[in-house]
Design a protein around this ligand. Structure first.
Ligand code: FES
Ligand SMILES: [Fe+2]
Length: 427
């Protein structure tokens, strides 16, 4: 069982907190590139790791992520105009460039030098894989851009969406690495969802509801193996990589694209659930993309004009008690993503882990928490943190049948560390 102090340490991510210091050592995906599509487009409000920020793309295409509030008297720069390489506050006209430097201050004489001393907090940003990423940590410790496989494939091989999740990032992430819930929570979807159906593995998932878990460390984080019986006297393994500090990759089913997530804190009580499908070898098909756009698989439909799921906390996730009673769905909530989100949000904004009773299938979760805490302690002391090296992030999920007695990490090694451009190992 976890102490209140440990639970707080793991969950709180604001500036200066233990976990906040760790998470700020990594590039954080925070906007779809399409949210600031062109030079001088309107700025976008961003809340990231408890900080209120404003993002914009300047006249030269450079991306700025600044303190949301004007250094003069605190007006939100969301009201500002993005013009000629800077964002101008509408109240008295102070203007800031992408580094946060005040470059024009019309209310003071030009030669006063006043503007030179005004600078807003700002964070470096990059654009990669159709996503804008920010680095919010100490400047001298900035790592290379994230190089997970999904971020490296060609654009036509990848589909990215994000949705607001109304709970702490950690409990969302713990859902992402908890392979044992799949038979229960998503049992009804596996053979229905166009991005999951048709896999032999689905049958094994349904038949064996008592998977045995083995967890092994690798340089990027953990490889979480869930073992079930198959039809051929072998074991069916689903191997979920968890990559520091917030990435998970879902084991594949049949020839479908791989699924992946990033669980990025907006603040202590909400997070962005980034959902990515990609195929390492081929372009996604038209029908796959239209299913994803339609909210199938790990994606959702939205309240128009937002990233809030259409089925959400305020409407009880459009739960259908009849569907639940007649066994069409364990929860009556439709779709894999919202089945996960509804269950995770129901635990409270920050789950009280002092009251939980963990069992054998939770071993991946236990080890993840341990690794996060020990990495956070290293970060707090200014020490190194794991998985900032792109090579450490290059791992893939695997679904495979292995002889009884075979080690899952050895037996699946060729799939876990397969080179770019090769087919996934899938059942
Ligand atoms: S508050 Fe922004 S210029 Fe005065
Ligand atoms: Fe799930």
């Amino acid at each position: 069982m976890m102490s209140r102090e440990q639970n707080d340490q793991l969950s709180r991510i604001g500036p200066g907190t233990l976990m906040g210091k760790l998470l700020r050592r990594y590039w954080a995906p925070f906007l779809l590139a399409s949210e600031i599509p062109a030079p001088d487009c309107p700025p976008v409000r961003v809340k990231l790791m408890g900080e209120n920020l404003i993002a914009f793309r300047d006249s030269n295409g450079k991306i700025g992520l600044l303190d949301e509030f004007c250094a003069h008297r605190g007006v939100s720069l969301w009201f500002g105009e993005n013009e000629e390489c800077g964002l101008r506050c509408p109240y008295h006209g102070w203007k800031y460039d992408v580094t946060g430097q005040c470059v024009d201050l019309p209310s003071e004489p030009e030669d006063s030098g006043f503007a030179k001393n005004i600078k807003l907090k700002s964070y470096p940003c990059i654009e990669k894989a159709g996503i804008i990423w920010a680095y919010m940590g100490p400047p001298g410790l900035q790592p290379p851009p994230a190089a997970l496989e999904w971020a490296e494939v060609k654009p036509e091989q990848r589909f990215v969406s994000k949705r607001l999740q109304e709970c702490n990032y950690l409990q969302a992430m713990e859902g992402g690495i908890d392979s044992s819930h799949v038979s229960w929570l998503h049992g009804s979807e596996l053979n229905k969802d166009p991005l999951f159906k048709g896999s032999k593995g689905n049958e094994y998932n349904e038949k064996d509801r008592m998977p045995l878990f083995e967890v092994e460390e690798f340089p990027g984080g953990l490889l979480i193996g869930a073992r079930r019986n198959d039809d051929a006297g072998k074991y069916y393994w689903r191997i979920t990589p968890w990559i520091m500090p917030w990435y998970s990759i879902i084991p594949p089913r049949a020839g479908h694209p791989l699924g992946a997530h990033a669980w990025v804190p907006i603040d202590d009580e909400t997070c962005w659930a980034w959902s990515i499908n990609y195929h390492p070898k081929r372009a996604l098909t038209k029908s796959e993309i239209s299913a994803m756009q339609d909210g199938e698989g790990i994606h959702v439909r939205y309240v128009p004009g937002t990233f809030i799921p259409l089925a959400n906390k305020s409407n009880n996730y459009l739960m259908d008690r009849d569907a639940q009673r007649h066994g069409h769905s364990a929860t009556g909530v439709d779709g894999i993503a919202m089945q996960d989100a509804s269950i995770q949000e129901s635990m409270g904004a920050i789950q009280d882990r002092t009251k939980e009773h963990l069992c054998a299938t939770d071993s991946g979760i236990v080890m993840t928490r341990k690794l996060m805490l020990s990495a956070a302690k290293s970060a707090a002391a200014g020490g190194p943190v794991p998985a900032t090296d792109p090579q450490a992030q290059r791992v893939r999920s695997v679904a495979i049948e292995l002889d009884k007695g075979a080690s899952f990490t050895q037996g699946a090694k060729h799939g876990l560390y397969a080179p770019l451009g090769t087919d996934p190992l899938s059942v």
